[in-house]
Design a protein around this ligand. Structure first.
Ligand code: NAD
Length: 323
C-alpha cells in the first residue's frame, strides 16, 4: 500500500474514471477531483477520496494536492470537433486549471505531475491530406495548432516544461490521439466520432430507420486509441524519464467511412449514409508516429480498432437499452 496520495484531476471524466480504477488496482491511495458532483461522474469508486472542486480556482487546487506525491491533470473543458470548434474561449480557460495545479503542486512539493495534452497541438498545414504522414513530436513547431483548444494544450505543455526547467517540478506530458471506450460520452454534443457512430447505428437498429448522418464526406482519416492502451501508456509515461511531450496514440489509420464499416459489421446491418458536408470535420487526416514511444518505452498501443469498438458498442448498446 502506498502512503502518499495520488490525485486525479478530472477523475469524474471518461479517461480520469478509468485511471482512478487502475490506480486503485495498483493499491494506491487516490483522490479523484472533478468540477461535477460525483453523482454525475462516469465512474465513482467507493474506496477513493472523491471531491467536487473547481480547479480553475487556486484555493481548490491547494486543497486538491494537499499531501499528494503524484498529480495527473486530466481536467479540461473539452469534447469532439462539434464542441471545440464552437467553444474556443471555454477550451482556453482550461489554462487556469493546469497553471493553478502546477503552482499548487510546486508549493506542496509533489514528486511527479502529468499533463494530458492532445494531437490538436499539431500544425493544421501538416494535416491537409487524408493520405497522411504520421505526426512526429517535432511537427508541433512552428506552431499553428487547432484554434482555442489546441493553443491551450500547447501553452500548457510549455508551462509544464518550464516548471521542470526553472522550478525542478518533475513534469510528464502525453499527446493523446482520439481516445474511445466504455464509460465515456456518447451523446449530448461532446461525444467524439467512435462513440457518436456507435450510438447512431444502435439507434438506427432499434428504430428500424437504417440511415446515418456522417460529418463531412467520410474520407477524413484518423487513428483511435482504446482506453486500456491510454491508461497503460499514461502510467508508463508518468513513471518514465521522458521530459518532452510524447505521442500516445494508435497508428492504425482509418477513414471515418471505414469506422462506420466496422460498426455496421458489429451491428450486423448496412446503413444509408447521408454526408453532412457543412458539419464540423476537423483536419483532413491525422495519425500518430510512434517511433519515439517505441524507442523510449519499447511499447505502443496495440488494441485493434475492431476489438475496442466491439467492447464500446456493447457498452453503449446496454446504456441505451437500459434507458
Ligand atoms: P472528459 O470531458 O470526459 O473529462 C474531463 C473532466 O474534467 C470532466 O469530468 C470535467 O467535469 C472535468 N473538469 C472540467 N473543468 C474542470 C474544472 N474547472 N475543475 C475540475 N474538473 C474539471 O474528457 P476526457 O476524454 O476524459 O479527457 C481527459 C483529458 O484528456 C482532457 O485534458 C482532454 O483534453 C485530454 N484529451 C482527451 C482526448 C480524447 O480523445 N478523449 C484526446 C486528447 C486529449
Amino acid at each position: 500500500m502506498y502512503d502518499d496520495v495520488t490525485v486525479v484531476a478530472g477523475g469524474g471524466g471518461f479517461i480520469g474514471g478509468h485511471l482512478v480504477a487502475h490506480l486503485v488496482d495498483e493499491g494506491r491511495r487516490v483522490r479523484a477531483v472533478d468540477r461535477k458532483p460525483p453523482t454525475e461522474w462516469y465512474q465513482v469508486h467507493s474506496d477513493v477520496d472523491n471531491r467536487s472542486l473547481d480547479l480553475q480556482q487556486i484555493e481548490a487546487c491547494h486543497e486538491a494536492v494537499n499531501g499528494a506525491s503524484e498529480v495527473y491533470n486530466l481536467a479540461a473543458d473539452m469534447g469532439g470537433m462539434g464542441f471545440i470548434e464552437n467553444n474556443k474561449a471555454l477550451c482556453m480557460l482550461s489554462v487556469l486549471i493546469n497553471t493553478n495545479l502546477l503552482l499548487a503542486g510546486r508549493e506542496a512539493g509533489v514528486d511527479r505531475y502529468f499533463f494530458s495534452s492532445s494531437a490538436c497541438v499539431y500544425a493544421a498545414e501538416k494535416q491537409v491530406s487524408s493520405d497522411v504522414t504520421a505526426l512526429r513530436e517535432e511537427d508541433a513547431y512552428p506552431a499553428m495548432p487547432e484554434d482555442g483548444y489546441g493553443w491551450e494544450k500547447l501553452f500548457s505543455e510549455r508551462m509544464c516544461r518550464h516548471f521542470l526547467e526553472d522550478f525542478g517540478v518533475t513534469t510528464r506530458v502525453a499527446r493523446y490521439h482520439n481516445v474511445y471506450g466504455e464509460h465515456g460520452t456518447y451523446d449530448g454534443g461532446r461525444e467524439k466520432a467512435p462513440a457518436a457512430i456507435c450510438r447512431k447505428v444502435i439507434q438506427a437498429k432499434l428504430s428500424g430507420n437504417h440511415e446515418i448522418d456522417v460529418w463531412g464526406d467520410g474520407e477524413q482519416t484518423r487513428s483511435f486509441m482504446y482506453i486500456s492502451d491510454c491508461i497503460e501508456g499514461t502510467s508508463k509515461i508518468m513513471a518514465s524519464d521522458i521530459t518532452e511531450p510524447i505521442n500516445l496514440g494508435s497508428s492504425e489509420l482509418v477513414s471515418i467511412n471505414q469506422l462506420v464499416d466496422i460498426v455496421e459489421e458489429i451491428a450486423g446491418l448496412r446503413m444509408k449514409r447521408n454526408y453532412l458536408l457543412d458539419a464540423p470535420r476537423g483536419v483532413r487526416g491525422r495519425n500518430s508516429d510512434n517511433t519515439l514511444i517505441r524507442k523510449y518505452l519499447d511499447w505502443e498501443p496495440s488494441v485493434s480498432l475492431k476489438e475496442g469498438i466491439e467492447r464500446t458498442y456493447r457498452w453503449i448498446h446496454d446504456e441505451i437499452s437500459a434507458k
